[in-house]
Design a protein around this ligand. Structure first.
Ligand code: SF4
Length: 446
């Protein structure tokens, strides 16, 4: 069935549409297909997906910021790839994206297992037509790894209420910026979420959760949702990199390809190493990571191997402080080679990349990799490169430079922060204090 929908008339090439497996998206280096996994797979299965990427695509795979596995460089003749995928018997999502954290159901620290609720919402949503292509629902059981920073149209978060468990429902944004709609018990939460989705479907295929929060729902209803709400537990800030204990016998370790992208050959080598260590399961996860599950010693040995092979194994790696879209030549809209700039920045701007902000390197003002405010963004334009402080990629720049000056300018800004930083001040705070005029002067513009 999947193979039948990749035929050219069915290819969904609307900019902004999700490049799901059933609707590959045209990019600068061919079609991009998403493999929407809903559960763990084996290292052998990932290695086989990599072989398919070599056979049918350009051999480049990505793990997106949301934890989706993606295959690049496909062609119209890639239909057999999808047929081959079916033979792999992968746990693929069908229908609305209802996401749960990567440790859902196996994390003893969770307030509640979000999977039954997520499944009920996914099942109910099959009867709702006309939702936005990128509509997403997050159901978060509040465990060790959270999806707090990912945008969602509707988000449900487990909260402890007296001797019961409830679900806080938010509309639009991240966990921090989303608007609270209500706090309900599980059955009511499913029905309320499906009602919200039905409401969105009546507003048309461009309507998103934030539209409900902004326009449709009665403000009194939103206020009512806030009143009497149980206090949210302290927010977990753990990321997917490093070793996490799940039980006496089971650990997981997060490993990431730099900037979310790796060659099929390197991933196959990683899978073979995992297999040799007795690791039987893995799962792509947020922040461009791959979680491997196994005994503690096996996970640690695999992380050592991965680090030696150039993968990220720690959140302290400067490459984790950079969000870069595929850029040129992978995306037709890109005017700069974002990954080259990001790699140079990671190796030369350690003073700047202290973990207090995400350096955003984007091929155009759309800002796919980091659709949020950043302390510093580098954006490709038709004339060169724009530098934006404390804004989004499309905001007004404090300086515009030639592409050839990008690396030197970044080093300049890094040195400026290094010399101007006050005791205990982060790079983000320093950039903010210096402001656009000082930053522009440092780049030779004022
Ligand atoms: S932000 Fe990057 S990936 Fe997105 S459209 Fe622009 S160049 Fe392409």
């Amino acid at each position: 069935m999947i193979a039948s929908v990749i035929s050219r008339p069915a290819l969904d090439m609307r900019r902004g549409a999700c490049p799901a497996l059933s609707a590959p998206m045209m990019t600068g280096d061919g079609f991009l297909a998403r493999v929407p996994l809903t559960d763990m797979i084996t290292p052998q299965q990932l290695a086989e997906i990599c072989r398919l990427a070599l056979r049918h695509g350009n051999g480049i795979l990505e793990i997106s910021a949301r934890g989706n596995l993606q295959i690049r460089g496909l062609t119209e003749a890639s239909a057999p790839l999808l047929a081959d995928m079916i033979a792999l018997d992968l746990p693929l999502r069908d229908g609305l994206a209802v996401e749960v954290p990567p440790l859902a159901g196996i994390d003893e620290t969770e307030i509640a297992d979000p999977r039954p609720l997520a499944q009920a919402i996914a099942d109910g949503a099959k009867a709702i037509a006309g939702l936005a292509p990128k509509m997403s629902v997050i159901v978060d059981g509040h465990g060790q790894l959270r999806l707090s920073d990912l945008l969602a149209d509707i988000r449900l978060i487990a909260v402890s209420a007296a001797d019961d468990i409830c679900w806080k429902i938010l509309l639009g944004g991240t966990e921090e910026s989303g608007r609270v709609f209500n706090v309900l018990r599980e059955t009511q939460a499913v029905e309320a979420t499906l009602d919200l989705l039905r409401e969105l479907s009546t507003l048309g295929s461009k309507a998103r959760g934030r539209d409900l929060a902004d326009n449709t729902l009665d403000a009194a209803m939103l206020d009512q949702g806030r009143s009497g709400m149980p206090a949210s537990p302290r927010r977990q800030e753990a990321g997917p990199f490093g070793l996490i204990r799940l039980s006496e016998d089971l650990h997981t370790v997060g490993i990431g390809p730099a900037l979310g992208q790796a060659s099929a050959e390197r991933l196959i080598a990683l899978c073979k190493a995992a297999e040799a260590l007795g690791i039987e399961a893995l799962k792509p996860a947020f922040n461009h990571s791959l979680l491997f599950f196994g005994a503690k010693q096996a996970c640690e040995t695999l992380a050592d191997f991965a680090s030696g092979a150039g993968f990220i194994r720690s959140a302290a790696d400067p490459r984790c402080q950079i969000a870069a879209c595929p850029g040129s030549p992978a995306c037709a809209s890109a005017t700069i080679a974002t990954h080259d700039i990001a790699a140079t920045a990671a190796s030369q701007c350690g003073e700047l990349l202290d973990g207090s902000f995400t350096l955003h390197v984007t091929g155009c003002a759309k800002g796919c990799a980091h659709p949020k405010v950043s302390s510093l963004s580098i954006c490709g334009t038709s004339n060169g490169v724009s530098l934006i402080a404390g804004g989004k990629a499309a905001d007004a720049p404090f300086a515009s430079i030639a592409f050839a000056d990008t690396n030197a300018t970044l080093r300049c800004l890094s040195d400026l922060v290094g010399s101007e930083r006050r005791e205990g001040e982060t790079s983000a705070a320093c950039l903010s204090r210096l402001g656009p005029l000082r930053l522009a002067a440092a780049t030779g513009q004022s």
